[in-house]
Ligand binder design. Structure first.
Ligand code: SAH
Length: 504
C-alpha cells in the first residue's frame, strides 16, 4: 500500500497499535511482523527488539518517538498528531511500542484519541516485560502454593509525592506476586514503603535487567536486600522487579544462558534486508546488533538476457540472482529458461538464492571471491559466458574468462548507492565493539555515508573484514583490519568474531 496524499476523497488509512514484545526478536508476534512489513509509516519507541524494523519496506517512513536516556520524549500530543495526520492521508500506520501497548504503554490514550478522530485502529498485544522478564529469569509469576494472583505495578512515580496514586499498604497486603515496572532508582524508596506497610523483608525478590535481551542480567535477593544488591551489580534500565515467594524459584529454574557474544555490540554495515541474516546469527549468539545500513540496492530496468545463448551464467551475489530472476519472470520465463547452461555461483549465499527458485548451482567455489570462481571453472570449456552482477564490480571475472578465450557479456542488474547515515547511526557504528564489512562497497559506502565528519571508529573497536579484497579496501582507506574471516561468507565472518571474542 502506498501513501495517498492530499487528494480529496483519499481512502482513509488506519493505525495499528502494536506491541513489539520485551526484547527478544523471537517474541514478536506474527501479526506484528506482518504489519511492520506492510506499513507506510512506523512510529516507534527506542526500546525495541534488535532488528524489529528489519522487514520494514525501503520506502516506509520511520519516525522515532521515544525518549533517549533521561532526555526529553516526544510530547504525546505530537505523536497523536502524526498518527492522525498520516492516517488521514491514507497511510497504513504502525505505532510500535515495547512490550504490550496496553500495559503501561499509553496505548489506551492513543486508542481514545484515534476513536475521537474517527480513525480505524487495530490493537496487537505483545508479550509484556512483566511476564517475559520473570520467565526469562526462571520465575513463574504464579505457582501453586506460592502465588495465585499477580499485580502489575508501575512505580515510575515518586513514592514520596503526596499525589502518588499508589496505595502502598494495599500493595504490601496484596496476596500474590508484585511485578514492578520501574528503574532501580526508585527501588529503595519503594522497598521501604512496602516494608513499612508490613511486607516481610525476608520475602524473595529478583531484579531483571533487559529481560529477554541477549545481555539480560538477573539479581536474586530479598525485599530487604534487593535495592542494595541491584546497586552493587550496577543494574540499569530497563528493569523489572519481582517480589514474592515465587522469586526464589528463579535460582532453581534459571535457563537462559548468555551466548559467546553476550555484552558485545556489533555494527552491521550492509543494506537492511541483506543485513538481517548476519544480524540474526549474531543476535542468536548474544550480540547486540546495530545496523548502520550504508548501502541501498536499486534494481536497474532492462530486458531479460537470452540465457540459452550462453553456456555459462555466473551469479556473483544473492541480489544478482533476485534481479535476474525478476527480469526472466517479467519476460514470461521461468526456471526452464536456465536449462542447458552451466550455472556458477560465487558462494554459498548466492547458491542458496538460486536454490530458492529450484535452481541448483553447478559450480560453487570454496573461496567466495571472483578469483576462486575463476579457479573453479578451470575444467569447464566455455565459449560464451554471461556475468550477471551489480553496476559497480571488479572486472576480475569477465577479464579472466576472456583471457581463456571465452566471449563474455556483462549484464548489470542493479546499482548500489550510499545511504546517508544519521548522527545516531553513525555514533552507534563508531562505538560498537566490532564493525563488520562484508564487501569493498560497504567500506566505500560507510565512509561516504559518514560524510564530512568521516568515520573514525573508537580506539577499542575491532574492524572485521569478510576477506582479503575487503581488507585491502579498508587499508587503502586508512582503516586497520583487526579480524579477517577465513571463510569469506556470513558464517565465516560470524565464526571469526566469536573466535576473536573468545581470545583465540
Ligand atoms: N508496555 C511495556 C512497558 C512500558 S513501561 C510492556 O508491556 O512491557 C517501561 C518499563 O517497562 C521499564 O521502565 C521497565 O520497568 C519495563 N521494561 C520494559 N522492557 C523491559 C525489559 N526488557 N526488561 C525489564 N524491564 C523492562
Amino acid at each position: 500500500m502506498s501513501v495517498r496524499t492530499g487528494a480529496a476523497g483519499a481512502t482513509p488509512g488506519r493505525v495499528a497499535l502494536v506491541g513489539a514484545g520485551p526484547g527478544a526478536r523471537g517474541l514478536m508476534t506474527a501479526r506484528a511482523l506482518e504489519l511492520i512489513a506492510a506499513a507506510d509509516v512506523i512510529v516507534h519507541d527506542r526500546l525495541l527488539p534488535d532488528g524489529a524494523l528489519d522487514e520494514a519496506r525501503e520506502e516506509a517512513e520511520l519516525i522515532y518517538a521515544g525518549k533517549v536516556g533521561g532526555g526529553p520524549s516526544t510530547p504525546q500530543g505530537e505523536i497523536l498528531d502524526v498518527l492522525i495526520e498520516r492516517a488521514r492521508q491514507g497511510a497504513m500506520v504502525v505505532r510500535l511500542k515495547g512490550g504490550d501497548p496496553f500495559v503501561f504503554g499509553r496505548g489506551g490514550e492513543e486508542a481514545l484519541a484515534l476513536r475521537a478522530a474517527g480513525i480505524d485502529f487495530e490493537v496487537v498485544p505483545g508479550v509484556t516485560a512483566g511476564v517475559a522478564g520473570p520467565a526469562y529469569a526462571g520465575i513463574p509469576i504464579t505457582h501453586r502454593g506460592r502465588a495465585s494472583a499477580v499485580a502489575f505495578v508501575t512505580a515510575h512515580e515518586d513514592p514520596d509525592k503526596p499525589e502518588s496514586s499508589l496505595d502502598w499498604s494495599a500493595l504490601a497486603a496484596f496476596p500474590g506476586t508484585l511485578v514492578l515496572y520501574m528503574g532501580t532508582r526508585r527501588l529503595e524508596a519503594i522497598a521501604e514503603r512496602l516494608l513499612a506497610a508490613g511486607r516481610p523483608g525476608s520475602e524473595p525478590a529478583a531484579v531483571i535487567e533487559r529481560g529477554s535481551f541477549p545481555d539480560q542480567r538477573v539479581v536474586y535477593a530479598t525485599l530487604a536486600t534487593a535495592s542494595r544488591r541491584a546497586v552493587e551489580a550496577d543494574i540499569g534500565a530497563p528493569a523489572i522487579t519481582v517480589v514474592g515467594p515465587v522469586a526464589s524459584l528463579g535460582e532453581e529454574l534459571t535457563w537462559f544462558a548468555a551466548g559467546p557474544l553476550a555484552g558485545r555490540t556489533v555494527a552491521v554495515t550492509r543494506v537492511r534486508a541483506e543485513a538481517s541474516a548476519l544480524a540474526r546469527e549474531l543476535q542468536a549468539l548474544g550480540a547486540r546488533v546495530v545496523q548502520a545500513p550504508a548501502i541501498r540496492v536499486t534494481p536497474l530496468a532492462g530486458p531479460a538476457p537470452d540465457l540459452a545463448a550462453y553456456d555459462l551464467v555466473c551469479l556473483t551475489s544473492p541480489n544478482g540472482v533476485r534481479y535476474l530472476w525478476q527480469r526472466v519472470r517479467a519476460a514470461g520465463g521461468d526456471a526452464r529458461s536456465f536449462a542447458g547452461t552451466t550455472l556458477a555461483a560465487i558462494g554459498a549465499g548466492t547458491a542458496r538464492a538460486l536454490a530458492e527458485h529450484g535452481l541448483e548451482a553447478d559450480v560453487v567455489p570454496a573461496r567466495s571471491v571472483a578469483e576462486g570462481l575463476v579457479e573453479a571453472l578451470v575444467d569447464h570449456p566455455i565459449r560464451r559466458a554471461l556475468v550477471a552482477r551489480a553496476s559497480e564490480a571488479r572486472d576480475v571475472l569477465p577479464d579472466a574468462l576472456r583471457e581463456r578465450g571465452a566471449e563474455v557479456e556483462v549484464v548489470t542488474l542493479y546499482e548500489t548507492k550510499a545511504q546517508a547515515l544519521g548522527p545516531a547511526e553513525l555514533e552507534a557504528a563508531r562505538t560498537a565493539d566490532y564493525v563488520t564489512f562484508t564487501s569493498s562497497s560497504t567500506v566505500r559506502y560507510l565512509l561516504e555515508a559518514a560524510g564530512e565528519t568521516g568515520f573514525e571508529p573508537s580506539p577499542d573497536a575491532r574492524i572485521v573484514s569478510i576477506g582479503p579484497v575487503t581488507s585491502e579496501t579498508l587499508r587503502e582507506r586508512g582503516l586497520v583490519v583487526h579480524v579477517e574471516a577465513e571463510r569469506h561468507d556470513i558464517k565465516g565472518l560470524v565464526a571469526a568474531i566469536v573466535g576473536d571474542a573468545q581470545g583465540d
